[in-house]
Design a protein around this ligand. Sequence first.
Ligand code: FAD
Length: 330
Amino acid sequence: GVRRIAVIGSGIAGLTLGHRLKQAGFQVTLFDKARGPGGRMASKRLEQGSLDLGAQYFTVRDPRFRRFLADHASGCLGEWTGTLRYQRPDGTLSPYHADTRYVGVPRMSAITRALSDGLALNTGTRITRIGHTPDQGWQLQDEAGASWGDYDRLILCQPPVQARDLLAASDLDDEAGVLADHLDALTPCWAVAAHFSTPLSLGYDGIQFQQGPLQWAANNSSKPGRKDAGQWWVLHGSSEWSDSHREATGAEVEAALLAAFREQTGETVQPDQVLSHRWLFARAEVSAAQGHLILAGGELAVCGDWLHGGRVEGAFLSAESLLTAWGLSG
Ligand code: FAD
């Protein structure tokens, strides 16, 4: 009969696996604890418009990624041509030469929304326990107590701490032990968004900082198709700063990162709206080189950006590397 596969996590890694495995003839079911797909490519909806609080843009270097996006997300893929600056260690600014920068239109999450089309995805479903028997394969249990199964194979596309916690809660101690080597792979990031009714006149739309609490600031309204009144800027705290302010309140973080933004840019205009979001698992600063993990004798696997260099394309390539290992690529 048709082989059944469950995927936990509907970020870009899980969605890639969903399409590829479906094409290969599997019956695939995806689960995400969030209200919608996308993971760290999700966007925050506002009364008017939306904000990319996670992934800001991504590059496409591998032809397989280019083809995948053309096949499944061509209608919502845009190029962000905003001017970027890079702050040198001495504080001076230099142009930022990067490859073509891609974003979702009109919001980053349009891409993962399009990618979820045609897939069996259960959102709002946090998987809290998994189990395996030789006869029935994998069984999943969600937070509400419902059971899902049976599945021949199971793929975890979660950040490493969450994958480890799920394995440990399921008494899969050896498998949880493998994940223990990766718990630091993703560093936290505090994000703050500020709306300015008067556009700022900084002369750039995005800047990467080298010192201080900030790592990045970008004019979200300069991305294609946003149509905002005024400008929304998104500020990202550095990994170190975000880590040492894990337990700070949103109001404290908003004040601190806005003060850093004013100090670094010389900007004096006050925002008329501010909000914040804490990503506990945001960026892969150092990355494992495995591409993916295969556990429990081969019927359980783990994928994610943190296993393939970080970033959006890394998450896609992690999924591809598992498919290659399973002989399912192409
Ligand atoms: P994720 O997107 O994290 O997906 C994991 C999913 O698993 C989530 O949706 C989560 O809800 C779900 N999940 C976890 N546990 C459970 C459970 N128990 N049950 C059900 N579901 C569960 N990348 C770039 O390329 N360029 C950038 O500019 C960039 N900037 C970034 C800035 C920030 C602030 C952040 C947070 C990330 C940034 N990234 C950037 C990284 C990029 O977003 C990630 O590399 C990529 O989106 C990761 O995809 P993924 O599928 O591996 O994981």
